[in-house]
Design a protein around this ligand. Structure first.
Ligand code: NAP
Length: 310
């Protein structure tokens, strides 16, 4: 009997994922059928996106795992009907995408590119940018994405530090954890990158007090999640000049409403949640590998800790 894999994402994702998932199942030696509609009691695995119509997992009595297509799980992790193991997406394609996006925005601010891109009026005012080794970049969150970003910035010569919940040791990176460590590090973070998950413990990680600790003229880059930053405190810090610029890819409400002050703020760059899309081919391979593991009696990878919320 083939395995029944339910595709529970929005239907517009089907044409992208159907061929890549079927190819990945084949390559993993899985005898599996994939469909948009399978009687709940017959479903073995669910490939899932939290914006799917499927929100009640109670009838999925034989489902062995829910395999999320997104890295962020804040919209599903608290669902009380979900008792099956939940795996989040750790996708090499997404990781490369995030690494490229953050590196580009770090370099923009580090090199002061806006000065010349936005002003071609003829003013000849050379401002020599520092070398990467003279620039302290701090990454909040040293998971799949934060670690890759940190390693790439180190390879370019940046002076990189990183914060996580648990202690870490990553060559070339000053690592720290705990609230006290964060306050001390913020005092020297010239460019701050937020790659934390959205959990009760991370909400407003960057509040007015912490923003005030940062060096004058610091830059903030947030491709993590909107609630990590107190919006009003950020606008206050940008208005009084203590923070030079914020590049924001994620927001408390998405799409960011047109009337939101972030859009018009001269020191904010808004990007529409495009830092790191899940890439169908590589993500399908990750999903197939987890199904293979489930069928072989091996532990699933990338399991979400429901208590911690990520
Ligand atoms: P991950 O592997 O789960 O890493 C999360 C990191 O945050 C870990 O290092 C974790 O510490 C740390 N952390 C969690 N709670 C913390 C706390 N209370 N204090 C200090 N550190 C804490 O996640 P990921 O794959 O790197 O993804 C990170 C986030 O990026 C996702 O949750 C999602 O919100 C966002 N994202 C955005 C996009 C986009 O397009 N904008 C795309 C993908 C993902 P430990 O290592 O100690 O557990």
């Amino acid at each position: 009997m083939p395995l029944n894999v339910l595709f529970a994402a929005t239907e517009d994702r089907w044409s992208t994922y159907e061929p890549t998932l079927l190819a990945a199942f084949r390559d993993a030696g899985l005898d599996a059928r994939l469909a948009l509609d399978i009687p709940p009691q017959d479903v073995d695995y669910i490939v899932y996106a939290p914006n799917s119509e499927l929100q009640d997992f109670t009838p999925y009595t034989r489902t062995k795992a829910v395999l999320n297509l997104w890295a962020g799980v804040e919209a599903i992790v608290g669902n009380k009907t979900l008792t099956q193991p939940l795996a989040r997406m750790v996708d090499p394609g997404m990781t490369r995408s995030m690494t490229e996006w953050v590196t580009g925005h770090v370099l923009r601010h580090h090199l002061g590119m806006d000065r010349h891109i936005l002003d071609q009026s003829g003013a000849w005012e050379p401002v020599v940018p520092p070398l990467a080794e003279e620039r302290r970049v701090c990454i909040l969150g040293l998971g799949a994405l934060g670690t890759s970003v940190a390693r790439t910035l180190v390879s370019l010569g940046f002076d990189v530090s990183g914060w996580s919940r648990s202690p870490k040791s990553i060559p070339g990176i000053d690592t720290f954890h705990g609230d006290t460590g964060l306050d001390a590090e913020l005092c020297r973070a010239e460019i701050l990158v937020l790659l934390l998950p959205d959990t009760p413990a991370t909400e407003n990680t960057l509040d007015a007090r912490r923003l005030s600790l940062m060096p004058k003229g610091a830059f903030i880059i947030n491709p993590g999640r909107g609630p990590l930053i107190d919006d009003d405190a950020l606008i206050g810090a940008l208005d009084n000049g203590s923070i030079a610029h914020a590049t924001l890819d994620v927001f408390r409400v998405e799409p960011l409403p047109v009337e939101h002050p972030f859009w018009a703020h001269p020191r904010i760059t808004v990007t529409p949640h495009i830092a790191a899309e899940t890439r169908a081919r590589t993500a399908s391979e990750v999903i197939a590998e987890n199904i293979r593991r489930g069928e072989a009696g091996e532990p699933f990878v990338n399991l979400v800790d429901r208590e911690r919320g990520y």
